[in-house]
Design a binder for this molecule. Structure first.
Ligand code: ADP
Ligand code: ZN
Length: 432
């Protein structure tokens, strides 16, 4: 049941010894890059000063801005001829960052992802349909090579082209899909349109959901509609891409592969570590990357370490589902709100459909939050009172959580804009 049991179930002590060894090599390799050479000289640090895992805190965290400023080659720790591939982030929050890989880096990445998919139950007898963008985005090629390594028949479907996706699933008996959760919800409408029912007409059994925050309810909705077990997959291009952390069959947190990544959770204001169990910003260090080692990368993703052991026997610690990015946070009338809070509440209401959009406006001196929600078609054929009651219920449910009264607008299914990639949840019209 393990891909690589000696690593996955390694005793903590041995795992930490391995981490220290790899951290020392990482710091020493990194000192060859323009960026870290300067940084280490500023703080007067020699690689040999790293004698314990805690010593890493002597090095200040690296940010996305550092990567942007050192663009494109400032983090390279090997001669360019050693590089075999580049990827970049999606650019959700500004200029995309670029990451370069050696052949060894690609092997290590493929390995952690194969380990992840195998853990969730994928085998060489499966047919794997990868519905993520191929190209610079890491969700395509990353999963592709790992699926082939497991030995599954791999269909590089790419993103979008919904009808063809469904046709491929039907024609080739797809059993496992990799899909962005908001797209999985959207696709349910195309299934209806085509008169195909995933449960009765298809053979799907597993889904890997990644690339954007989603609530437990959304997972359940997808599991029910598709008739699959759905697993949360977390990663970011700065740390290769997917394969950083992944759910095991117990679906109770994501094991973060600590032989490849050193994990910290810090308070984003003080930069001090928080206790296990407390939420904070995830900070990661590559432990096995040759081309472009990154030390203490501030992911901006908010999560917590789940204390205790996992019954699956893996010793790598678990992080909780990501609740948002520090830069996703909306500040409205002084209240901090994450889009996932809205999603969570909405998905608990059975009449709510598959998509929603938050629009922020300034009205006079006041901020106004409009939440546009797709609701099931039948609601619109009922009487107006029913519609108004639903609108009131949604408003009240949201208000009780975010403490602000949004203006809720109900719209018909399929009317809000869709993307093939990560969903755009917020439009902020206040900064004009
Ligand atoms: P960008 O930062 O431009 O979006 P990436 O494509 O590298 O570029 O995306 C990585 C980010 O996507 C993560 O930092 C995180 O915010 C988000 N993400 C990825 N997987 C998940 C997941 N399973 N749950 C929540 N957020 C995720
Ligand atoms: Zn587990």
């Amino acid at each position: 049941m393990y891909w690589e049991s000696s690593v996955e179930t390694m005793e903590r002590e041995a795992l930490e010894a391995l981490q220290l060894e790899r951290l020392q090599k990482t710091v020493s390799d990194a000192s060859l890059s323009v960026f870290y050479k300067k940084l280490f000289s500023n703080i007067d640090l020699e690689p040999a000063d790293i004698k314990s895992l805690d010593d890493i805190r002597r090095i200040p965290p690296t940010t996305k801005d550092d990567l942007r400023e050192a663009w494109p080659y400032g983090f390279l720790a090997v001669p360019k001829e050693k590089l075999v591939r580049m990827h970049s982030s999606s650019g959700t929050t500004g200029r995309a960052t670029v990451i370069f890989h050696t052949a060894g880096d690609l092997d290590a990445w493929t390995d952690v992802l194969a380990r992840s998919m195998y853990m969730a139950g994928m085998r060489n007898t499966d047919v794997f349909q990868n519905m993520m963008t191929y190209g610079l985005f890491t969700g395509g090629l990353g999963f592709h090579y790992a699926a082939e390594k497991i030995g599954a028949l791999t269909i590089p479907a790419g993103a979008g082209n919904s009808k063809r996706q469904i046709q491929l699933m039907k024609d080739f008996n797809t059993t496992v899909i990799h899909i962005i959760p908001s797209y999985a919800l959207h696709l349910t409408e195309v299934f209806e349109e085509m008169g195909v029912g995933p449960r009765k007409d298809l053979n799907l059994r597993l889904a890997f959901l990644g690339a954007e925050p989603h609530s437990e309810k959304t997972r359940q909705k997808i599991e029910e509609y598709y008739g699959v077990k759905a697993f949360n997959s977390y990663g970011l291009s700065e740390m290769n891409g997917p394969g950083v952390a992944f759910e095991c069959p117990l679906q109770n947190g994501l094991h973060i592969w600590e032989d490849n990544f050193l994990v910290e959770v810090i308070d984003p204001r003080t930069l001090e570590p928080v206790e296990d169990g407390q939420e904070g910003e995830l900070v990661l260090t590559t432990l096995k990357r040759e081309g472009m080692p990154i030390i203490r990368y501030r992911t901006k993703d908010l999560t917590r370490i789940i204390p205790g052991h996992c019954d699956c026997g893996r010793t790598h610690r678990r992080i909780d589902r990501i609740t948002g990015r520090t830069d996703d946070m909306l500040i409205l009338k002084g209240v901090n709100i994450f889009p996932i809070q809205i999603e969570k509440k909405l998905m608990e209401i059975p009449e709510v459909g598959n998509n929603f959009l938050i629009i922020l406006e300034r009205e006079g001196y006041n901020d106004l939050m409009i939440v546009r929600v797709e609701v099931q078609k039948e609601i619109f054929s009922g009487d107006l009172k029913q519609l108004e009651n639903l609108r009131r219920k949604i408003t009240e449910d949201l208000r009780s959580d975010i403490l602000i009264t949004p203006r809720v607008e109900l719209v018909e299914p399929n009317t809000l804009p869709k993307t093939e990639g990560k969903a755009v949840r917020v439009i902020d019209n206040r900064k004009e």
